[in-house]
Design a protein around this ligand. Structure first.
Ligand SMILES: [Zn+2]
Length: 468
């Protein structure tokens, strides 16, 4: 009987929940061993809150999982620095550009606003150990490809003027409109309560180009001076760098409708090809059981957590404890728990030296968990099983470092610090004093040692040193 050893070369299928088909499917990229991943990026008019960060952490877990399985990933994430209207979640096209509103409010140019919040965003993703996407295109630098898509749509009869300001997409022309969200065209037509732009045939027909010669950011186009519709941006930037068909497109669950539905409609109408094979959506983050919002006062950014003394990676750890299709209920207690667990994980592993051989049995279980629709809570539980197991420390550490390629907790970056000679001498001096029952003087030395950053723990055998 031929035997196959489960080790480095062990391959396992990846299964992902596809919003489009509403089931877990085996992941098969267009090109073997190569994955085109696109993530809807931030609208850079304000700080990203921790719910947004959770969504980008999931993109990071996905990319790391693909790379862990030896896929070469090309990850593209856009920056929306124009065209995201304040009312856009209702597809109304009646709101103002978030970037322009922020620029007026902060008395800066839209570019200054975009640069500032883009920088803030990447500072946070870096602090969370989120890998930087390979390409980060900005909407304002891709107006040309957007215009090309609108031209194609116009030529094929998918676009029309609603009044003299909005050049819109006619959703009734796209036969499979609603396939991602499950919404039916008839329902959208009749059930819509939103205030519609006059001249729209369907209230959910959406803007491709907004004619506005007074808008702060404006470009020339065949439809007059103005700016592009938000949905158009992701279609243009993803196809520009990844081709007409992507393997995976990610976003928050609030992006499913209308944003991603519209991305599909305009992309597939323009190219005649399938736009995306796998759609992955992250559930909303909650704070104390309520949806996070600025008005409710439960809106936190990463810096708020850091200001309270938490390690940003404690938030990353917390996100590892919840599956991406379940609600992450953020509370200060849960963050405290995550910080303690992270500290313990670091403490325990810092003292070990990694060997060459790991623990294949647990590595296999770990791989199975992450490949099962990114089951990170399970992967984390397996990490603790490994820690508590009786395998050799060197093997445990080797495997742990491997796991950390997914976990991203920087577990290889810590080691037990050696106390300086000065501290060791003080400890010896204190021992002598204690033997002579000179308690007060001994305690004085203990305080001196604390000031040097070390804590003395008296054990039956000898005193031990720990960093404060
Ligand atoms: Zn998008």
């Amino acid at each position: 009987m031929a035997l196959v050893r489960l080790g480095e070369d062990f391959k396992m299928k990846i299964r992902l929940y596809n919003t489009l088909t509403r089931k877990k499917e085996e992941f098969k990229p267009l090109k073997p061993d190569f994955v085109r991943q696109y993530d809807c990026g931030p609208t850079v008019y304000w700080y990203a809150h921790i719910g947004n960060m959770w969504r980008y952490l999931v993109s990071d877990f996905l990319r790391r999982t693909l790379e862990y399985n030896d896929y070469k990933v090309k990850q593209v994430m856009n920056i929306t620095d124009v065209g995201h209207l304040t009312e856009d979640d209702l597809a109304a096209d009646t709101g103002e550009d978030k970037m322009a509103v922020a620029a007026k409010k902060e008395k800066k140019t839209p570019k200054q606003i975009a640069d500032f919040y883009t920088k803030a965003f990447f500072k946070d993703t870096q602090r969370l150990n989120i890998l930087r996407p390979h390409l980060i295109p900005k909407a304002t630098e891709h107006i040309g490809p957007m215009i090309e898509i609108v031209k194609a749509l116009e030529k094929k009869g998918y676009a029309y003027w609603a009044g003299d300001k909005y050049f819109v997409y006619d959703i009734s022309k796209f036969k499979s409109y609603g396939k991602l969200s499950g919404k039916k065209l008839a329902e959208l037509q009749s059930g819509a309560r939103l205030e519609s732009v006059p001249g729209k045939k369907n209230p959910f027909d959406f803007a491709l180009w907004i004619k506005d010669s007074k808008h702060l950011m404006r470009w020339d186009s065949p439809w007059g001076v103005g700016y592009p519709g938000w949905h158009l941006e992701c279609s243009a930037m993803s196809m520009e760098y990844l081709g007409p068909t992507l393997d995976i497109h990610t976003g928050g669950e609030d992006n499913i409708f209308p944003h991603h539905e519209n991305e599909i409609a305009q992309s597939e109408a323009a190219t005649g090809k399938k736009f995306v094979h796998y759609w992955l959506h992250v559930r909303h983050n909650l704070v104390d059981g309520a949806k996070m919002s600025k008005s409710k006062g439960n809106f936190f950014i990463l810096q708020d957590l850091i200001d309270k003394g938490y390690d940003p990676l404690a938030f990353r750890y917390l996100c590892l404890t919840v599956h991406y299709r379940k609600n992450l209920n953020f509370t200060w207690e849960s963050l405290e728990g995550a910080q303690k667990a992270l500290n313990k994980l670091r403490q325990q592993t810092a003292a070990w030296q990694a060997g060459k051989k790991g623990v294949p049995e647990l590595e296999k279980r770990f791989l199975k968990a992450i490949n099962n629709d990114l089951d990170l809570p399970k992967a984390l539980a397996i990490t603790w099983d490994l820690l508590k197991s009786n395998y050799q420390q060197s093997a445990k550490k080797a495997t742990l470092l491997k796991f950390d390629k997914i976990l991203g907790l920087g577990l290889g970056e810590y080691q037990i610090a050696e106390a300086p000679q000065k501290v060791n001498l003080l400890v010896k001096k204190r021992e002598k004093l204690r033997k002579q029952a000179k308690w007060q003087e001994a305690d004085g030395i203990r305080k001196q040692v604390v000031k040097l950053g070390w804590q003395i723990e008296d054990t039956a055998k000898e005193p031990k040193l720990k960093p404060v």
